[in-house]
Ligand binder design. Structure first.
Ligand code: SAM
Length: 190
């Protein structure tokens, strides 16, 4: 059965602008290395991952929506686009240097298991970067209402709660822009 993202996939990149700004924030938060293996988890159409091409050795978009992945393959053939659930990643232990998760973590089911999966696939000192809506700000509150109306089953975290979830599961955590509408969590695998 088609889900919400399968349906909006063909127009997703037109609706969702500001990709360059988001990537700039991510790039100012972690240092990408030329030999890095990077996963964009819940990476959708590859809207953000495309900026990593030629900056790292490999960038893989992982997503659960066939519709989003079809767009990823058509729009960004230079990316690897892989169908998988965030809670069960098809990658070896300690094999990935960075995981980025933009506007997706609140969509994942069984988020504690996703945190464990991210930690499993990351190499020692590998980093995860998460961009999320801040539920304490007006845009976050409106997004929560909208996603409830669409019955998307999203689970949002205030910045300190997301930090607790990651620090309780083997990450050293930094929060960036935690008082703004979108905040960033950087977690280093320890
Ligand atoms: C709001 S979109 C964000 C896409 C992309 N990160 C971006 O910023 O353009 C959320 C994405 O998460 C994906 N998603 C939701 N649940 C997932 C899961 N359990 N595993 C993998 N991807 C999932 C959806 O299919 C969708 O493409």
């Amino acid at each position: 059965m088609k889900n919400f993202f399968d349906i909006v996939a063909p127009i997703y990149e037109k609706l969702h602008f500001g990709a360059q700004k988001t990537f700039d924030r991510i790039e100012s938060s972690v240092v990408f290395q030329p030999l890095d293996q990077v996963i964009d988890l819940g990476g959708g159409t590859g809207r953000i991952a495309k900026f990593l091409v030629n900056k790292v050795q490999k960038v893989i978009v992982v997503d659960a929506s066939d519709g989003m992945l079809k767009q990823c393959l058509q729009r960004h053939p230079e990316l690897s686009c892989v169908r998988a659930e965030a809670q069960n990643l098809p990658f070896a232990n300690d094999s990935i240097n960075k995981v980025i998760v933009v506007d997706s973590f609140h969509h994942f089911q069984n988020q504690k298991q996703v945190v464990k999966e991210i930690r499993r696939v990351l190499a020692k000192n590998g980093e995860v970067v998460i961009e999320e809506f801040n539920p304490l700000k007006i845009i976050g509150k409106l997004t929560i209402i909208m996603e409830k109306l669409f019955r998307m089953g999203s689970v949002f975290y205030i910045p300190s709660s997301l930090a607790d979830l990651f620090s309780g599961n083997g990450f050293k955590v930094r929060l960036i822009e935690k008082n703004r509408a979108f905040y960033y969590l950087i977690g280093e695998k320890i």
